[in-house]
Design a protein around this ligand. Structure first.
Ligand SMILES: Nc1ncnc2c1ncn2[C@@H]1O[C@H](COP(=O)(O)OP(=O)(O)OP(=O)(O)O)[C@@H](O)[C@H]1O
Ligand SMILES: [Mg+2]
Length: 385
C-alpha cells in the first residue's frame, strides 16, 4: 500500500519538476531569440551556450531521475504482486493439505484477493492523475480569480466631454511610490505638456489615464464624471495613444497602420495619414510598398520608421483625446519638424497630453506640468545596488 502511494507521489513531484525545468528552458530560448542582436553585439554566444546547456542538463537530469524512480517503483509493484500470488498459493496449499479449507473456498478467496488488489491499483493510478492535474487546476483557478476588466458594449462617446481633472492622485507599483498627490486640470481642447526627469512617472501617468491601472487614492475626472465609472471600451476608443516604444506586429505595413481602426478607411485617408506621418518616402522605396511584410515587433524597420508607422495609425484613428509619449524622439530633425506640423493640426481642438524631453516639442503647450521624482513627501529609501 505504501509503495503504491509512494510511486504516485514521487512521479507527481517528478512531473512538477520536469514542467518547471521545461518552462525554464523555453523561457531562456524565447528570451535569447528575441534578443539575438544584443547577444551578438556583446559576443555573448559562448556564455549563452553555457546557460542553454545548463538548462538542457538540468532537464535531462530530472527526466532521468524521474524515469528511474518510476521504473523502480513499477518493478517493486510487480514484485509485491508476485509475492502476493506466491504467498496465496503456498498458504492455500498448506491449508488444503491440513484440511483447514477446501479447494473451492481457496479458489474463491484467491479470486477475491486478486480483484481487491486490481481495484486498489486502479484507485492509486486515478489518484496519481488527480494529483498531477492538481497543479494545473490550481494555476487555472488563480487566473480565473484575477479581476477582469469590464466588458461593456461600445455605444458611442458623444456625451463624454469636459476638462480633465486630477485630484490628489497617488499611485505605486507594488510598494514603489511613483505619483504622489498629483492635482491639476487639463483644459478641454488644449495641450498639456508633461515634463520631468526619466523615471518621474510620465508614462505611468498615461497608463493610469488609459485605465491599465487604478490610482491608490484620489480621482481622475472628465468634467464631473469619474473616468473609472465610464464604459471602458468607449473610454479607450476616445483615446489615441502614441507610445514611447511603438507596438508593431508581424504582417504587412498596411495591416499595421490599419490595426484597431474601427471604421471603413478610404484610400485617400490612408494616403493622407501616411503623408502626415512622413512614411511615404520609405514605404515607396520598399519592394512591395504598403504590402511589404515586417517581422515581429516591427523587425526589418528602423526605429524612426516604426515610430512613423505608429503615428500613421494615430492620424487615422482621429481620437478625441491624444496621448503623445515622446513620439518624435527617434526622428531626424527634418522629419521631426514635418511630423510636428502635422501633429499640431491633429492637436487642434483636441484635449492633448504631450510627454517630451525637448523644449521644441512642448513650446506650443497651453499648460506644462512638471513631474519631479524627488518631490515625494515619502523619502526614497537608500538601498544598496
Ligand atoms: N510595470 C512596472 N512595474 C514596476 N515598476 C515600474 C513599472 N513601470 C515603471 N515602473 C517604475 O516606475 C517609475 C516611473 O516609470 P515611468 O515609465 O512612468 O517613467 P517615465 O517618467 O516615463 O521615464 P522616461 O522618461 O525614462 O520614459 C520608474 O521608477 C520605473 O522603474
Ligand atoms: Mg516614459
Amino acid at each position: 500500500m505504501l509503495s503504491a502511494y509512494g510511486r504516485e507521489k514521487s512521479s507527481f513531484h517528478g512531473n512538477e519538476r520536469i514542467q518547471g525545468k521545461n518552462a525554464g528552458l523555453t523561457g531562456h530560448l524565447s528570451e535569447i531569440l528575441s534578443n539575438l542582436p544584443l547577444v551578438k553585439e556583446f559576443c555573448a554566444e559562448e556564455w549563452e551556450k553555457k546557460r542553454g546547456n545548463h538548462w538542457i542538463h538540468q532537464l535531462f537530469q530530472v527526466n532521468i531521475s524521474n524515469s528511474l524512480i518510476t521504473n523502480l517503483l513499477l518493478q517493486l509493484k510487480n514484485l509485491a504482486s508476485l509475492l502476493h500470488t506466491t504467498a496465496m498459493i503456498g498458504l492455500g496449499l498448506w491449508m488444503i493439505s491440513h484440511n483447514e479449507i477446501t479447494l473451492d473456498i481457496w479458489v474463491a478467496f484467491y479470486l477475491y484477493s486478486q480483484n481487491l488488489l486490481n481495484s486498489f491499483s486502479r484507485i492509486m493510478s486515478i489518484w496519481g492523475t488527480v494529483k498531477s492535474s492538481q497543479r494545473a487546476v490550481r494555476r487555472i483557478t488563480e487566473l480565473m480569480a484575477e479581476q477582469t476588466e469590464p466588458d461593456d458594449p461600445c455605444t458611442g462617446s458623444d456625451g463624454m466631454k469636459g476638462d480633465i481633472l486630477f485630484e490628489n492622485v497617488s499611485f505605486s507599483y507594488e510598494n514603489q511610490p511613483v505619483l504622489k498627490n498629483l492635482t491639476f486640470t487639463a483644459p478641454e481642447g488644449k495641450t498639456t505638456a508633461l515634463v520631468g526627469p526619466s523615471g518621474a512617472g510620465k508614462t505611468t501617468f498615461f497608463q493610469l489615464f488609459e485605465r491599465f491601472y487604478s490610482p491608490d487614492q484620489g480621482s481622475i475626472r472628465m468634467g464631473k464624471t469619474d473616468i473609472f465609472k465610464l464604459p471602458l471600451v468607449q473610454w479607450r476608443r476616445m483615446i489615441g495613444y502614441g507610445p514611447q516604444s511603438p507596438y508593431l506586429f508581424s504582417g504587412t505595413i498596411r495591416e499595421n497602420i490599419l490595426y484597431g481602426i474601427h471604421r471603413p478607411v478610404t484610400e485617400q485617408e490612408l494616403l493622407q495619414a501616411i503623408e502626415d506621418s512622413q512614411c511615404s518616402d520609405f514605404i515607396r522605396a520598399m519592394p512591395h510598398g504598403l504590402m511589404t511584410r515586417i517581422g515581429e515587433g516591427g523587425s526589418g524597420l528602423s526605429g524612426g520608421q516604426r515610430q512613423r508607422i505608429s503615428l500613421a495609425r494615430l492620424f487615422l484613428q482621429n481620437p478625441k483625446i491624444l496621448l503623445l509619449d515622446e513620439v518624435t524622439a527617434n526622428l531626424d530633425p527634418e522629419s521631426e519638424y514635418r511630423v510636428e506640423q502635422a501633429l499640431a493640426r491633429l492637436r487642434k481642438g483636441r484635449t492633448t497630453f504631450v510627454i517630451a524631453h525637448r523644449t521644441s516639442a512642448v513650446k506650443d503647450a497651453d499648460e506644462i506640468i512638471l513631474l519631479n521624482s524627488r518631490s515625494f513627501n515619502t523619502p526614497v529609501p537608500e538601498r544598496s545596488l
